[in-house]
Design a binder for this molecule. Sequence first.
Ligand code: C2E
Ligand code: MG
Ligand code: MG
Ligand code: MG
Length: 278
Amino acid sequence: KAKQSGRDSYCLFEPAMIDYIEYSRSIEQELLQAITHSNELFMVYQPKVDRHNNLLGAEALVRWTSAKRGFISPAEFIPVAEETGAIHKLGMWITGDVCRQIRQWLDQGYELVPISINITSSQFDDPEFINHLLATIESFDIPYHLVELELTESGILKDKSRAVEYLTMLRDKGVTIALDDFGTGYSSLSYISDLPFDTLKIDKSFIDKLDDDKNKELVKSIISISKTLGVQFVAEGTETEQQVEIISSYGCQVFQGYFFSRPLPVDEFVEKLARTNN
Ligand code: C2E
Ligand code: MG
Ligand code: MG
Ligand code: MG
């Protein structure tokens, strides 16, 4: 029994916490089940384009349509997978499926663009994952430059020398690295300038607030910092023509967002691929 100290703070488990623990346990079990025994999980692909809507790349995003719960957003189940450890199996399934898909597109003769895969911090912390990823790319005989990893600042903040070592190893092979959700973490500029990476994806929250003058200046500076670092700048979550106009005038050349395209199922994405061929 919890200590009878007369202080509420000694109550270890709030009912809401117990609910959450039960919820995350069942999500974990259902996810593991989905990975091995169902076709509830699948990948969609969101184009990255220039301002004329020419395809430059795509981000692979996982989808889960659970027979029991219906559609569940990755914004909901990825954090649970991260906490429970299910992310390791899920992450391997995702890289396997994306690599299989890239191989199929290559075999079908499409001229392919680099495909980005999102990686959580515990995946990046796991040497087995990096090895598995490289082995998977090799086993499907995919050119390394067709694979990009998207990592968040917090995902590589823990141990800098190790992060530099891993990122260097991946980049030496030809895998490119994007810093995702940039501006929402806590990394310093000096930390960022020491990291080997190729692309900086500014978080959607900055693109959402382009009517605010201070935020405008901030976005302008981040674009300028990208230039200084020699990395590509990507505007995530671009939803309006006005946003495209504004950030284009600041020098942004790569866009991702509903204004150009939502994440697409494979059959719709290949139509875009087919069009880049001509
Ligand atoms: P993220 O990596 O920052 O992905 C961008 C999210 O913004 C995606 O949501 C995308 O569908 C959404 N988005 C793109 N453009 C727009 C726009 O113009 N407007 C709006 N409102 N949203 C836009 P999604 O697919 O729901 O994924 C949410 C997050 O879940 C991702 O954020 C990522 O952190 C995680 N996630 C998704 N798929 C995977 C995956 O395969 N592996 C891992 N580890 N995480 C994933
Ligand atoms: Mg991403
Ligand atoms: Mg992002
Ligand atoms: Mg984001």
